[in-house]
Design a binder for this molecule. Structure first.
Ligand SMILES: Cc1cc2nc3c(=O)[nH]c(=O)nc-3n(C[C@H](O)[C@H](O)[C@H](O)COP(=O)(O)OP(=O)(O)OC[C@H]3O[C@@H](n4cnc5c(N)ncnc54)[C@H](O)[C@@H]3O)c2cc1C
Ligand code: FES
Length: 345
């Protein structure tokens, strides 16, 4: 089975002002932010967007993308200052404002497009699923429909999907689940069969709609569930929770190992694991993929600042087979998707 080349980044990226359509609670601490944006470039699953969280740009007739002649980058004052408040102390402008100064990266979880007509522009609806963990995501949580939000993207290299691949095995842990939703959609469009393994710490931290009822017995060694987000594409989902409150009790990697044990020897080299989640989970997934002889692409959620290859805050060590020396790679521009077995974890 030839190894698919890693996805090239889309050359087009830009700065966009989108409009929040919805920001709804999915489960404990997790929200889906839906943003409408004009003329957003083509994107791939695994790519991400840098969001100015809680930017609180006033609704209004601001031009929607940087190609418009009147486009203005939102000024810092818009991050922290509201009419009627005293002017902020210069130090507070950057470090102690109510909103996060640096943008935060979020995977594209879904995308719908409405083509341009003679009278209307191309409009995209982008979905992001986020967990509230700190200042930036608290800012996102406060966003309301109609508010404007500043986006940089699409950024990075996404997952490589080859039309000739066999089974796609989607492994998402926690906030690694969102990019799997967009990937499932594209796999379905390309008619590639897939199964999903989704893991969370507890049932109430799983941002998916699970149909009521017990897990189904299937030809797989792990019970599958009907999860709306994947069932709509005909993909079965296996669920794990660390505490056993839903599905397989234990880590998603334990469930993956059970699942791969049930795959026949000829099925394994034709299958590809696509995974995203916390670093220890990805490291373990890479090891399991190696053990079972399955290709594995991992999307890293390395903390990052600029997201565009400038600040060097997101480096990892990388050593493809046959190379004597490891090299540094930037998660934001060389990734976030890498061949997982080539990363020096
Ligand atoms: C390419 C990429 C895609 C991502 N996609 C998503 C997504 O779809 N949904 C989602 O909820 N999150 C996603 N993340 C993680 C998200 O960017 C962080 O959760 C967010 O930046 C946290 O910002 P904050 O200001 O709320 O938290 P902070 O105040 O910055 O941090 C709070 C705490 O969390 C820790 N932390 C922050 N970021 C990370 C991280 N990336 N990994 C591990 N620990 C971290 C900090 O060290 C700190 O202890 C993604 C990250 C990357 C790099
Ligand atoms: S985040 Fe700045 S170089 Fe990667």
């Amino acid at each position: 089975m030839p190894v698919a080349p890693m996805q090239q980044p889309t050359t087009a990226r830009g700065h966009f002002i989108g409009t929040v359509l919805a920001n709804e609670l999915l489960c404990r601490e997790h929200y889906r932010l839906r943003v409408e944006v004009r003329d957003f470039p083509r994107s791939n699953p695994g790519q991400f967007v840098q969001i100015l969280c809680g930017s609180n740009l006033p609704p209004g007739a601001m031009p929607a993308n940087e190609n418009d002649p009147d486009f203005q980058t939102p000024a810092w004052t818009e991050l922290t200052w509201q009419p009627g408040q005293p002017p902020p102390h210069p130090h507070d402008r950057f470090f102690a404002g109510a909103a996060a100064y640096l943008r935060r990266p979020f995977s594209i979880a879904d995308r719908h497009d409405q083509a341009a007509t003679a009278t209307t522009p191309h409009v995209s609806t982008l979905d992001f699923i986020y967990r509230v963990i700190g200042k930036g995501t608290r800012g996102l949580e406060s966003m309301r429909p109609g508010q404007r939000v500043s986006l940089l993207g699409p950024l990075g290299r996404g997952f490589a999907v080859s039309a000739t691949m066999g089974l796609a095995i989607l492994v998402g842990g926690g906030v690694g689940i969102p990019p799997m939703l967009y990937l499932a959609k594209i796999l379905h469009e390309k008619k590639i069969p897939a199964v999903v393994l989704a893991g969370a710490q507890r049932r109430d931290l799983l941002p998916l709609k699970v149909s009521p009822g017990a897990g189904q017995r299937t030809p797989f060694p792990v019970a599958t569930w009907s999860v709306d987000e994947f069932a709509r594409y005909g993909f079965p989902t296996m669920i794990s929770t660390d505490d056993g409150s839903l599905g397989f009790k234990g880590y998603v990697t334990g469930m993956l190992e059970s699942f791969l044990t049930g795959l026949s020897a000829p099925q394994r080299p034709a299958s590809v694991i696509f995974c995203c989640g916390p670093t220890p989970m990805m490291k373990a997934t890479a090891g399991i993929a190696e053990k079972f002889g399955v290709q594995c692409q991992g999307s890293l959620e390395q903390p990052m600042a600029c997201g565009m290859g400038t600040c060097q805050s997101c480096i990892i060590k990388y050593q493809p087979p046959g190379q004597k020396q490891w090299v540094y790679k930037l998660t934001c521009t060389d990734g976030p998707v890498f061949k997982a077995q080539d990363i020096l974890w």
